[in-house]
Ligand binder design. Structure first.
Ligand code: AAL
Length: 415
């Protein structure tokens, strides 16, 4: 006879209606979670399957993916000596039968020396004394650098110290580049800057600088008083939805994502009254998806390592949890310029790896990522949640000797 524990018996006698066999020949969730919510009492966790997610398992979730990375060829990094750095790529654009990308390009006689060592010749940070350069590709794997798109303007114009972290927009036959426009050395007081822009009739330029601030820092005491980072424009609901990062002013470092909206690419931009619209992230990649906007939210915050979705472009919620997200993603997202109301999603783009080369050689490099966040793709390889990561990857983040000694001491004291 099947052993019935006293606890189960007590439950049964107490009239607890176990959902185990709620009138079905099977037990919920035997054989897999049903796509429709069953009419039984569920635990909070199982309730969330139906309330919070668009699919009952990752393999069926259009907004879940893992990411696979491929080195890109064609870009030189001066033997990794830290004098050449490329990072923070824009969205990828297709024009003239090829792909285009713009990025922060630093070419300096010295690697970054920190705020104390930075000056007019030596960069403080990896994105200091930088320009916006661009490259083109036939296949998205091999890239050919074409040269500078936006130079640093003369003082006192916004960006005279450095122009970095670009993104691209296409509107009514013109191209626009938005970028961080430093009016002081990054790190002098903090990584403080507003956003400026340039425009052109062709993705190959020539680019005309607006020579003014396009998205201002917030007033003193507001969450975005210091930094307007990672400008990310999307054509949505007939306007320009420009998402950006700021960090709440001062410490702790808590990147969050805001939104500024305008009828014209050069503004005026009005900040969304309920900013921040995403409570985590760092360099956050966005893309139109169905009638809304999706976001790749990595690196920082309560909801880091998530893919989020807002059916209205502002009310973002977690759509899936993932790992090894692209850093500073610049997806190939053709819908970003069409305001189609039926965003098809993304399947590849560029991102960066940073702090390479070791001490005194620090630089960043661009890489390619592939994924399946596309309504027009069904690639099960990207729907695996359990990426097999070899032990040496884990061992790359070891305890320091001091930390290990402190842990040993703590364990001894607890014995
Ligand atoms: C990036 C971005 C911004 C910051 C720095 C360069 O990842 O968040 O651009 O200023 O780091």
């Amino acid at each position: 006879m099947k052993h019935i524990s006293l606890f189960s018996l007590a439950l049964a006698l107490a009239g607890f209606c176990s959902p185990l066999n709620a009138g079905n020949e099977n037990y919920f969730p035997y054989g897999g979670v049903p796509k429709e919510r069953p009419d039984i009492e569920l635990s909070p966790a199982m309730e969330r399957v139906y309330s919070d997610y668009t699919a009952v398992q990752p393999e069926l979730n259009e907004l879940f993916t893992n990411f696979k990375y491929t080195p890109i060829t064609g870009l030189d990094y001066s033997n990794g000596d830290g004098t050449v750095s490329r990072r923070d790529p824009s969205k990828v654009v297709r024009a003239n039968g090829k792909y285009y990308v713009w990025y922060t390009c630093r070419r300096t006689e010295s690697p970054p020396r920190g705020p104390a060592g930075g000056n007019d010749r030596y960069p403080s940070y990896d994105w200091d004394l930088s320009e916006i350069w661009y490259a083109t590709s036939e296949d998205g794997f091999h890239w050919e650098e074409q040269g500078v798109a936006v130079r640093r303007p003369e003082k006192p114009n916004a960006g005279w110290r450095s122009v970095s972290t670009p993104d691209v927009f296409f509107w009514k036959g013109k191209y626009y580049l938005y970028y961080q426009a430093f009016l002081e050395m990054p790190g002098l007081r903090g990584d403080y800057c507003p956003v400026s822009a340039s425009f052109a009739d062709s993705p190959d330029g020539p680019w005309t600088p607006a020579n003014r601030i396009i998205v201002e820092n917030g007033p003193e005491g507001t969450w975005d008083q210091d930094k307007i980072h990672d400008p990310y424009p999307i054509h949505y609901k007939g306007k320009i939805y420009l998402y950006y990062k700021s960090e709440l002013g001062g410490r702790p470092k808590a990147p969050m994502q805001g939104l500024a909206i305008s009828d014209h690419p050069l503004g005026p931009f009005e900040k969304y009254p309920l900013n921040p619209v995403i409570n985590s992230g760092h360099e956050t990649g966005f893309f139109p998806f169905k009638e809304g906007i999706a976001a790749l939210v990595g690196r920082h915050g309560l909801e880091h390592n998530t893919i989020q979705y807002a059916p209205d472009g502002v009310n973002f919620r977690i759509a899936s949890i993932t790992h090894l997200l692209p850093i500073a993603p610049g997806p190939y997202a053709p819908d970003a310029f069409t305001d189609s109301g039926d965003g098809r999603g993304i399947s590849w783009g560029l991102s960066h790896f940073r702090s390479l080369g070791g001490k005194g050689r620090s630089h960043s490099m661009l890489t390619r990522f592939d994924c399946d966040l596309s309504l027009d793709l069904e690639d099960p390889v990207f729907k695996e949640t359990d990426t097999f990561v070899k032990p040496d990857v884990y061992y790359q983040f070891p305890l320091t000797e001091n930390h290990k000694a402190a842990i040993r001491k703590r364990m001894k004291q607890a014995e």
